[in-house]
Design a protein around this ligand. Structure first.
Ligand SMILES: [Zn+2]
Ligand SMILES: [Zn+2]
Length: 105
């Protein structure tokens, strides 16, 4: 069960759009939530903070070399390590929140 902060995080990810599409200069694509494989132990569900926004194509529909779940190794060689994309996402969410709430003192 996601807590309030996790729900806010997920909603911010959806608002940002697919991280790969943005990096490729395709603009903001409607995104699904991808839970990182890294940090997800056996029998454990990873926290909702270990998530990045991916469009359906880059997430699961795009096929080999495009969709993460078709070939995660090849995907990360092409688009970047999912941990690096998470770092970028955390940064982007910070900027996104700043643009909504104004600069924190
Ligand atoms: Zn995408
Ligand atoms: Zn996924």
């Amino acid at each position: 069960m996601a807590n309030k902060a996790e729900k806010q995080w997920m909603s911010d990810l959806s608002a940002l759009g697919c991280v790969v599409c943005r990096n490729l200069g395709h603009g903001e694509s409607p995104a699904e939530i991808h839970h990182l494989k890294t940090g997800c132990g056996t029998g454990q569900r990873s926290t909702d903070f270990l998530t990045i926004p991916l469009c359906p194509q880059h997430h699961r529909l795009g096929g080999d070399g495009i969709a993460f779940h078709a070939n995660s190794k090849l995907w990360q060689e092409k688009y970047g390590d999912e941990i690096d994309l998470l770092t970028q996402t955390i940064h982007d969410v910070g900027k996104f929140r700043e643009s909504i709430f104004g600069r924190a003192v």
